[in-house]
Ligand binder design. Structure first.
Ligand code: UD1
Length: 426
């Protein structure tokens, strides 16, 4: 996608209709990396067609893996031809999830060299827990600037404790530990739905992982892991983005292919704002419906690891609350610079003040379209929601951030009645 594309959105249309949620980005990325651990082919279904998936497939291909696109969101990975164990700086800079190759390559081949990953600039995103965990398993890890090299003749299970529950470190350690000798225990493990999905995938490959979804994960190492077929869970953050967009435009949207329990913290907050959230079962699948015809009430939100309110939905929620009744306070506990969207929202007429990790949002009657730019993936989602709410036309620049994580977003929004088009500038 050329970087000078922009979205042009005429705001003020309530979203109405139904939308099907794609596979989870943050589950799909580590699952594709975990295919390295298998000794034969894996077929992964329900993958979202987004830039980050293309990038991780490019990394797998550079390592020597065979990749066959089976169509319809299914990909077959053949890890048997892998003969390189290095993720180059160029590849690593393109997405954060490239760090999963550290645990996957180390677990399978006893050697891995990666560069500190790129990804969204939302604060310091160190890898010290990943490195500490690999060392605890017996790996020799050397850091030279951005380069991290890990080697181990044998990995041996260990007890590992994280100071903060980290999604990336929990998954990376699971990768290495499921090929280590003996038992590993991860204490204060992340409990996110994508951690559980990755553990389920590894178990389908023959791993022995218990406790994923709680804060203690136990892994009994295995000598061999085999190929398998696996379908990725629906994307909780994409679903949450459409739920917030529905409420923010005073619309009525049905979401298909969702797991309502993954969205409980958001549903609770929307209900507190006065929005109706209905969950149901249509016989085959769960669905959710979000509707309102009123201004939302102001609320207090603190981002927390799962099952708390997800940091990834904080930015879209800020947009919705710009026109809430009264004042809202958002506290961002995970990433210190995750307020890059606020200046742009203020340019649209919002009244938001930042104090350290807090944003005070004084609800205004209306926000207005203008030219804005997005600085990271979820800020992009926030800009789209604000544009859908605004009076007049908004042009959103830097679309490459949005394309990294949202599948066919303009098509899905147009089907809900939004007036959005992608404009390509020569
Ligand atoms: C992942 C997600 C991201 C999401 C975040 C929180 C991917 C590719 N990215 O990011 O979309 O916003 O989880 O749900 O799945 N930390 C350390 N040292 C470490 C690792 C983490 O101090 O070694 C800190 C981080 O700075 C942060 C907190 O732990 O404050 C949680 O980070 P983590 O869960 O690891 O987030 P990411 O894996 O970067």
């Amino acid at each position: 996608m050329p970087d000078n594309d922009y979205f042009e959105i005429q705001g003020g249309v309530p979203l109405r209709g139904s939308v099907t949620i794609s596979g989870s980005k943050n589950a799909a990325l580590p699952i594709l990396c975990a295919c390295v651990l298998a000794e034969d082919k894996c077929r992964i279904d329900n993958l979202p067609y987004i830039e980050d998936i293309q990038r991780i497939l490019e990394i797998l291909s550079q390592l020597g893996a065979g990749i066959t696109d089976l169509g319809g969101g299914s990909i077959e990975i053949d890890p048997t031809t892998i003969d390189r164990y290095v993720v180059t700086a160029e590849m690593a800079s393109r997405l954060r999830a490239s760090y999963y190759m550290l645990g996957a390559l180390l677990g399978r081949y006893g050697t891995a060299e990666i560069n500190q990953p790129g990804g969204c600039a939302i604060g310091q995103r160190p890898m010290d827990f990943h490195i500490k965990g690999m060392r605890a398993l017996g790996a020799e890890v050397v850091e030279r600037g951005a380069l991290i090299s890990a080697k181990a003749d044998r990995l041996i299970g260990a007890d590992i404790y994280f100071d903060i529950a980290s999604v990336g470190a929990t998954i990376n350690i699971m990768f290495a530990a499921c090929r280590a000798e003996g038992r590993t225990v991860i204490n204060n493990a992340a409990r996110e739905p994508h951690v559980v999905d990755v553990a389920n995938f590894l178990n389908t490959m023959g791993a022995n992982i218990r406790g994923a979804g709680t804060d203690i994960i136990r892994i009994q190492g295995r000598e061999h892991l085999h190929g398998c077929n696996y379908a990725v869970i629906p994307d909780q953050i994409e679903a949450g983005t459409y739920m917030i967009a529905a409420a923010a435009t005073r619309g009525d949207v049905i979401l298909n292919n969702v797991i309502p329990t993954h969205l409980e913290s958001l549903s609770a907050k929307l209900i507190e704002c006065g929005v109706e959230v209905i969950t149901g079962d249509n016989g085959n699948d769960f669905y959710m419906e979000v509707r309102t015809d009123k201004r939302p009430e102001g609320v207090t939100i603190k981002t927390m690891p799962y099952p708390g309110f997800p940091t990834d939905l904080q930015q879209p929620m800020t947009s919705m609350l710009t026109t809430a009744n009264g004042t809202s306070v958002i506290t961002e506990n995970l990433f210190e610079s995750r307020f890059n969207h606020v200046a742009e929202l203020n340019r649209m007429g919002a009244d938001i003040n930042i104090y350290g990790r807090n944003a005070n949002i004084n609800g205004v009657e209306k926000i207005y379209g203008t030219d804005v730019k997005t600085t990271d993936l979820r800020a992009g989602a926030a800009m789209i929601i604000a544009a859908l709410m605004a009076e007049g036309t908004t042009r959103i620049h830097n679309l490459h951030y949005i394309d990294r994580g949202y599948e066919r977003i303009e098509e899905k929004l147009r089907a809900l009645g939004a007036n959005i088009k992608r404009v390509s500038e020569e």
